[in-house]
Design a protein around this ligand. Sequence first.
Ligand SMILES: Nc1ncnc2c1ncn2[C@@H]1O[C@H](COP(=O)(O)OP(=O)(O)OP(=O)(O)O)[C@@H](O)[C@H]1O
Ligand SMILES: [Mg+2]
Length: 392
Amino acid sequence: MMTDLNWYFYSDTNAKAGELEELLLKKNHKLKSFQLLEDLFHKLERTPHSILFLKAYTTYNVYDLCQEISMKFPSVYLIILVPENMENTKKAMRVGASNLLTYSDATDEINDVILQAQDYMKQRASKGEGVTHLPKQNSRIMAVCGSKGGVGKTSLAVNLANAFIKSGKSVVILDANFQFGDVAMYLDLKPNRTIYEWVKEAVERGRYGIDNYVSHHSSGIALLPPPPRPEFFEIMTEEHVALAVAELRKRYDVILIDTPTSLSEIHLKSLDLADDLLLVTTSDLPVLRNTKLYVDMLDSLHFSEKVHVVLNKDSKHRAIEAKRLEGILQNPVFASIPDVGKQMTTAINEGLPLVLRNGRHSFSKRMLQISHLILPPPEEEEKKTKRFALSR
Ligand SMILES: Nc1ncnc2c1ncn2[C@@H]1O[C@H](COP(=O)(O)OP(=O)(O)OP(=O)(O)O)[C@@H](O)[C@H]1O
Ligand SMILES: [Mg+2]
């Protein structure tokens, strides 16, 4: 129950929580403020499943303090409050923060952060604390697919993964681009074990535990990386993909499979295993032509029911009208994603998904909407039929 959540605020300058406290009160949450660190620690020892807003500027460095608290009390949901010039999302995640607010954030942003914390704690409570090794009953498997290179499949996979994390889901990406997969690069990870080592060291010896072969990003995204060299692709079979998904289902709420453009048995198996196919396309005519061929192939495989067309890099200057595009594909557009230009390249270069780099960007908000459209949060169940239409 929401009223059971503990909301704490700590500041090393005795600053008041101000607007934050008022906003929480409007939602019937009481915020308890601490001025002494030892009082706070004492409280956290007794109530480790709490949400803590951490503001420190003078006595402590807020990032160092956050790291100390997250190590001592790993169950605490930490939100760092910093002046605008100290905003560093990457660093915040490294030190164990779940979210970050700046002093000048608008009411909407603060409310968003409160709701995310609430969602996360609710999900965690419904799963039962400390039972992460119980098999997940209802994992949702999504394959991100498309018929042409560079349409934005991997960008969608990593950003959507983050959006699901923000709603409190546990998420793994299976990079099924076994020859030239680049999800690890998009997340700035350098895995030393992959699905290939899992097959060689475990599966071929009759063992299936996969946890040691999964890499972890500081945002919480897990990744099962592809083989370390393109030629190792030879030994990989569609059966391995099915086995890996079966193992990952025991641990994660959401399994996102990033597929390559080339068709292979592995690609087809990924489509077969998925509950949802996120078919990424742009409105460029050569891409549309291929997308249409791909849609026809999905029809012939009897997968049409689970297809969701995602129109990426959308802009006002789209070459073709929305209605015509939907006519050609004989599918509605499930969601459109704005063209964010160079910002995506910068995010990729930094190895930090745009959703994390800038949670307030319209792109990030769209990712959250798409994640809710696929897996509606409990209170939004009845609204799930609402579609994010194209701006016509
Ligand atoms: N919404 C967007 N706005 C602007 N640029 C984007 C957007 N989505 C993707 N891009 C850019 O498109 C390029 C290709 O993206 P991405 O690697 O995600 O495509 P892909 O479909 O996974 O490609 P591949 O077929 O090679 O795996 C990247 O440079 C990325 O920055
Ligand atoms: Mg890709």
